[in-house]
Design a protein around this ligand. Structure first.
Ligand SMILES: NC(=O)c1ccc[n+]([C@@H]2O[C@H](COP(=O)([O-])OP(=O)(O)OC[C@H]3O[C@@H](n4cnc5c(N)ncnc54)[C@H](O)[C@@H]3O)[C@@H](O)[C@H]2O)c1
Length: 264
């Protein structure tokens, strides 16, 4: 039990990576606030946790709106008395080159992916100071490390998350607050699996990861758990890549494909 007596907020907790992490944090002893703009999804996850004997509360939030995030933190502290872990995980993607992308979609992506991390820190850190410190984890992406085109706002937003993580970590290390990011490869979550209904997209994505498959939400939850817990007590300002070896191989490496036939 790595999170006994801890209180965690998981944004985007109603689906995918956030859902898996909410369940994992609870299994490790944390009380979990499952926060999502889709309240019914968050309620379903909280219900599952409570039925398994854990402690969870679902709260509706829009992570891009200051008042909404402030209320989320206030309600968490009112319910559980403290805040130890903030997982800024909610995110969104709108495809497009700079020519194609609408200005409104640029603002939406930057609001949900970047302003959310600023707001999550702004309101969580004062609460964490009251309980002697904490761990903030931000979901970035390998898209924040590469210049892959086709979703420029998303790529820019995730790069911003990585450097915002570093800057926050240096400001608050002395307060006992660690701030880290996770950069997932392609993970089997509902929006991704809709894209993977195209067999060509699935094939390309499987081959791109050296391990030969997509990642599972539980595999990102494991990384989040480690960063949330004291097991990572000397780690801050990092962007941990969890990508099944995607970045380890060059495109040329795929020509000499060592994987079994069924994975090619
Ligand atoms: N799945 C992947 O392959 C992958 C790869 C790299 C990074 N990520 C990142 O992981 C995070 C989680 O994505 P996922 O794949 O689990 O997707 P998902 O759609 O399964 O979950 C995201 C959740 O965030 C919620 N959300 C969206 N906008 C919100 C807002 N403004 N306020 C509150 N909640 C909001 C959605 O309702 C949804 O429940 C995102 O930040 C995403 O960019 C995903």
């Amino acid at each position: 039990m790595l999170l006994t007596d801890k209180v965690a907020i998981v944004t985007g907790g109603g689906s995918g990576i956030g859902e898996a992490t909410s369940l994992r944090f609870s299994q490790e002893g944390a009380a979990v606030v499952v926060a999502d703009m889709r309240l019914r999804k968050a309620e379903a996850v909280a219900k599952q946790i409570n039925e398994q004997g854990g402690h969870a509360l679902a709260i509706e939030v829009d992570v891009s709106i200051a008042e909404s995030v402030a209320t989320l933190v206030d309600r968490t502290v009112a319910e559980y008395g403290q805040l130890d872990v903030m997982f800024n995980n909610a995110g969104t993607l709108r495809p497009g080159t700079v020519i194609e992308l609408d200005v409104d979609d640029w603002d939406l992506v930057m609001g949900v992916n970047v302003r959310s991390v600023y707001l999550g820190g702004k309101f969580a850190i004062p609460a964490m100071l009251n309980s002697g410190g904490g761990s903030i984890i931000n979901t970035a992406s390998i898209s924040g490390l590469h210049g892959d085109g086709g979703a420029v706002a998303y790529a820019a937003s995730k790069a911003a998350v990585i450097n915002l993580t570093r800057a926050m970590s240096t400001d608050h290390a002395a307060d006992g607050i660690r701030v880290n990011a996770i950069c997932p490869g392609t993970i089997e979550t509902p929006p991704v699996m809709r894209m993977m209904e195209d067999p060509v997209a699935l094939e390309i994505n499987m081959r791109a990861h050296a391990i030969g498959r997509l990642g599972r939400p539980e595999e990102i939850a494991s990384a989040a758990l480690w960063l949330a817990s004291d097991e990572s007590s000397f780690v801050t300002g990092e962007a941990i890549v969890v990508d099944g070896g995607l970045r380890a191989q060059s495109p040329l490496g795929r020509l000499a494909d060592p994987r079994p036939e069924h994975l090619r």
